[in-house]
Write a protein that binds this ligand. Structure first.
Ligand SMILES: C[S@@+](CC[C@H](N)C(=O)[O-])C[C@H]1O[C@@H](n2cnc3c(N)ncnc32)[C@H](O)[C@@H]1O
Length: 315
């Protein structure tokens, strides 16, 4: 049902043992059904804690609003209705806001993440004949090149050490004739916002989770009531954004009720103040990376969290 695990170091497959995978001198523990190709103490460990704490917040089944489906379907374009039984890799799956949609579309899905977010993903979407979860680094995935019909990586690449290297490694995993679907942060026209967040981010991103969570909660409790109050006042909104370091959704998703506005603000403010890497790329740069890899049918537009792109690997 799923492809065999493959060691890039030894260029051969792992053997499956009880609670472990083995290849030469590499032993990969399998804990709670999740093969752990990496340890948790990476630059992404705060993400892991964040997703375990807010495991349901951004699921469409929790909000009752198809926010994640709409974003993913826009990135997938015509692939949206063509995922049934396709072998799909979701790289950087987090708690699974897109996992949910991909499983609903009938994909045979491998959800992968560098951090312990895989545990939140498993709690939300059990392992099954159509869902496998692994803890692994996008830049060292335990699969042979050309394995997947579709590789999807949304909300992740900007947080990796080198976006260009990450895109190339994701592309390598796509089968000839298959597709790569990605997005990337872009330059924010609200430069004042970036400046206030970068001060808090420098302070917070090296701290342990209990401190980053406490600091984020304090900021959200202080600023969110003001954002709510001035949600419909453009001038006050602009002024507020010059001093407030929090993410809010009164404009983008006014359908979210007060409790959800609070939870989304907490989650995304924590995300944006504690990420280790935060690269920015424009549409031309992303399209050029894909084109230099030899991709065809390149679609690349501004939207969602920055730039969204899709391409095909030629046969
Ligand atoms: C902002 S979260 C997005 C999660 C999910 N895609 C979503 O949109 O909800 C970024 C995720 O990428 C993961 N990540 C970062 N670098 C990674 C890498 N090199 N390999 C795999 N996952 C990575 C983090 O652990 C985190 O769960």
């Amino acid at each position: 049902m799923f492809p065999s695990f493959y060691s890039r170091k030894y260029k051969k497959k792992f053997e499956v043992k009880t609670n472990a995978l083995v290849c030469e001198d590499i032993t990969v523990p399998v804990v709670d059904g999740i093969s752990r190709f990496v340890h948790t103490g990476s630059y992404a460990s705060l993400f892991g804690e964040q997703w375990k704490k807010y495991k349901k917040t951004q699921l469409d089944s929790y909000t009752g609003i198809p926010i994640s489906a709409t974003r993913l379907f826009r990135c997938l374009g015509p692939l949206k209705d063509n995922l049934r039984d396709k072998l799909v890799l979701e790289a950087g799956c987090g708690a699974g806001r897109f996992t949910e949609v991909l499983l609903q579309q009938g994909a045979r899905l491998v959800s992968a993440d560098l951090s312990s977010a895989v545990e939140a993903n498993k709690e939300n979407f059990a392992l099954s004949d159509t869902h496998q979860i692994i803890q692994a680094d996008i830049n060292d995935m335990p699969f042979e090149n050309g394995t997947f019909d579709v590789v999807i990586c949304i909300g992740v690449i900007q947080h990796t050490p080198s976006p260009e290297e990450t895109i190339a490694n994701l592309y390598n995993l796509v089968k000839p004739g298959g597709y790569l679907v990605i997005d990337h942060y872009t330059q924010d026209p609200g430069q004042f916002f970036m400046r206030t967040t970068s001060w808090h981010r420098r302070r917070l991103r090296k701290k342990p989770f209990h401190e980053t969570l406490a600091a984020t909660t304090k900021l959200v409790k202080r600023y969110l009531p003001w954002h709510r109050r001035f949600a419909n006042n453009r001038v006050m909104r602009i002024l507020l954004n010059r001093i407030s370091p929090i993410d809010t959704y009164y404009q983008a998703y006014p359908q979210l009720n007060d409790q959800l506005q609070y939870e989304w603000s907490l989650l995304d403010t924590h995300d944006s103040l504690t990420d280790w890497y935060k690269h920015l790329r424009n549409k031309k740069q992303i399209a050029s990376v894909l084109s230099n890899l030899g991709a065809t049918e390149i679609w690349c537009e501004y939207g969602g969290n920055g730039v969204e792109a899709r391409c095909q690997k030629p046969l």
